[in-house]
Design a protein around this ligand. Structure first.
Ligand SMILES: [Fe+2]
Length: 234
């Protein structure tokens, strides 16, 4: 860059008010996300869910093309058209991995996926999710077997263009979930849905087979923030 003639403060006001919203959003995001993991008043009956999801086992897909040797599978709860039978379901794609090879205008983003699938609408065990149904974006059931993992990564950013993340798991004893702050699994209940702060690096591993996680994205509207504040237990 170039040397400038004058670095003294200007007597004129700085016109940067369009950015105020970015500062305000950042502050409101961390006002809501006081810890990495916070329990919500939403709980799924795991034994009922594990029984009900069996009828969809034949429609689970590999968790995209990233590290395909791992036993990681998924099925959409919310995707772009509600179809879980089609050949390719981008609702089960790893967005950041795919976006590296796509032009910006074709980037995949949670907000492009807003249609509920029959898995979400038909399973009685998932009815506790109805309280956040109107805010749900690309969401999945992930199924991992022993040895599956997510390497350290971020999912979201404290920006208006990003989304919020909810999470839950069926088998709390055989799932490792860590951030830089340490173990996230302290006091986690099977089937409980948590608000998690995936603007912080985290990783996960399955120590046993048949680990289901609820991998849910929510829109970051004011109404959604209000609903989450009502649902937070602590
Ligand atoms: Fe993540």
């Amino acid at each position: 860059m170039y040397i400038v003639d004058n670095i003294k403060p200007s007597s004129e006001g700085i016109e940067d008010t369009k950015k105020d919203i970015d500062f305000e959003y950042f502050d409101s995001y961390y006002e809501l996300h006081k810890k990495f993991i916070q329990p919500l008043d939403i709980k799924i009956d795991i034994s009922k869910f594990e029984h009900e999801i069996e009828k969809y086992h034949s429609l689970f897909r590999t968790w995209d093309q990233n590290r395909p040797h791992l036993p990681r599978y998924g099925i959409s709860l919310v995707n772009d058209d509600g179809d879980i039978n089609k050949k390719i379901d981008l609702g089960c794609a790893v967005f950041d991995h795919r976006n590296k090879n796509l032009p910006v205008e074709k980037h995949l983003h949670e907000r492009l996926f807003k249609v509920k699938t029959e898995v979400l609408s038909s399973l009685d065990s998932l009815r506790p999710l109805d309280v956040i149904g109107e805010f749900m974006l690309r969401s999945n059931i992930l199924l991992w077997h022993k040895g599956a993992s997510f390497l350290p990564h971020l999912d979201t950013f404290p920006k208006l263009s990003s989304n919020l993340r909810l999470w839950g798991v069926n088998d709390v004893k055989n799932y490792v979930f860590r951030t830089a702050d340490g173990d996230c699994m302290v006091n986690v209940e099977p089937g409980r849905i948590y608000l998690i702060d995936t603007t912080k690096f985290h990783y996960a591993k399955a120590l046993e087979n048949w680990i289901y996680t609820f991998f849910l994205a929510l829109d970051n509207t004011d109404a959604c923030y209000q609903k989450l504040k009502e649902l937070l237990i602590e």
